[in-house]
Design a protein around this ligand. Structure first.
Ligand SMILES: C[S@@+](CC[C@H](N)C(=O)[O-])C[C@H]1O[C@@H](n2cnc3c(N)ncnc32)[C@H](O)[C@@H]1O
Length: 363
């Protein structure tokens, strides 16, 4: 198992490749990344045979910015006969770790879209055959590795597995979210996706709930504010632009037509800070660090727009700057991801586990 397969946003293969190369190198698993532009995936070829599995277990998936999914490649099959893809797959699966679930997937590209119908149809017969062969457990077992079939053409597939405790729980690494009909903008889904990715579901009732106050910097027309309001929060929305009337009518939103880089709450009673202002990443990072260090908020989610070039280096640099600033006080946890709904940007989440635990204990 020398290969690690990473799914990413098409167009960000170089970033995903640079990241896995860096992180695997730091873990003492040298190798090189193979990436084709706009393919939506990257293969990291380890020099040592066991390093693919080691990385899948030990490299924390949550720390990868550009990876949507990470799995060990067990076998790569080309020229599958179209009238019987299953038999060669069963042969190739011989000796694999016992898996508890299967995902039949493809890249998030136009070619991939054409394949996704086939992937859906192929799931049931593949599951049955792999269960019969003893590669999959009889009933779904979420604590066991997940088996992935990643089709790059209708006759070409990578067979692999990811560890249930170190993977994205979503098919193709993409949470499927329905756009709420009454949300004022599509970017509403970005914040909802961030909640799914960064906040454990079992903590939503304490961390994303009424009784908490939120501030939305760069709020108009209100897609992000909508997400906070929908969870019962009172929100201060800062933007010179107009907010959707439907949100103002809830009585939960106070709109301040002010500069988001200058506005501050008069009391230290804000839990959530969210920020979608389009500006230089360094400026946004400095602002977020100030809010957190001065305890003007307890937890934050914000976007960092990436430049056209050196996007990986810029992301890493800004996250390091944020870490250094927050280290003045300590106790913060930073996570960053390029979400499905992010284009030329990444989304960052900062919390203080000690304070989250306190909130949980109070609930
Ligand atoms: C990408 S839009 C935000 C969309 C919003 N999150 C939503 O879901 O509807 C960026 C917003 O930031 C606002 N903005 C940019 N610079 C700002 C500043 N210095 N102060 C306040 N708002 C600012 C813009 O007016 C714009 O409405």
């Amino acid at each position: 198992m020398k290969q690690l397969l990473i799914y990413c946003r098409p167009g960000f293969e170089k970033e995903a490749a640079a990241e896995i190369q860096d992180r695997a190198g730091q873990m003492g698993c040298p190798g090189f990344a193979r990436a084709k532009d706009d393919s939506g995936y990257v293969v990291y070829e380890c020099f040592q045979p066991e390093d693919g599995d080691l990385l899948a277990r030990k490299l924390p998936f949550r720390e990868l910015i550009f990876a949507r999914q990470m799995l060990v490649v067990w076998a790569e099959l080309a020229d599958l006969p179209l009238d019987d893809r299953i038999s060669p797959l069963l042969d190739a699966a011989e000796g694999m770790p016992l898996c508890g679930d299967i995902r039949v997937e493809t890249a998030d590209t136009n070619d991939g879209k054409e394949l996704s119908r086939f992937c859906r149809k192929f799931t049931v017969p593949a599951r049955q055959a792999l269960r019969g062969k003893g590669v999959l457990t009889r009933a779904e077992a979420r604590n066991r590795p997940t088996l992935h079939l990643f089709f790059t053409a209708n006759n070409r597939v990578m067979l692999g597995y990811s560890y249930s405790y170190n993977q994205s729980p979503f098919h193709m690494g993409i949470p499927r979210l329905r756009f709420p009909a009454d949300a004022p903008s599509r970017s509403s889904l970005k914040l909802e996706e961030a909640f799914h990715v960064f906040i454990p579901r079992e903590e939503w009732d304490t961390r994303l709930t009424s009784g908490l106050r939120g501030v939305d910097l760069g709020a108009a027309p209100g897609g992000w504010t909508y997400q906070l309001v929908a969870r019962g929060m009172m929100v201060a929305a800062i933007d010179n632009g107009p907010m959707a009337q439907s949100l103002m009518d809830t009585g939960q939103v106070k709109h301040y037509r002010e500069d988001g880089f200058k506005w501050r709450p008069s009391r230290k009673n804000v839990y959530w800070l969210v920020c979608d202002m389009v500006d230089k990443p360094a400026r946004v990072v400095a602002l977020m660090a100030d809010w957190l260090l001065e305890e003007d908020c307890q937890e934050a989610i914000f976007n960092l727009k990436l430049p056209m070039k050196k996007r990986y280096a810029e992301a890493v640099y800004n996250l390091q700057q944020l870490q250094e600033k927050l280290d003045q006080l300590g106790g913060f946890q930073i996570q960053a991801k390029q979400l499905y709904h992010d284009r030329e940007e990444i989304t960052v989440h900062v919390c203080q586990p000690r304070k989250v635990a306190k909130l949980e204990a109070k609930a």
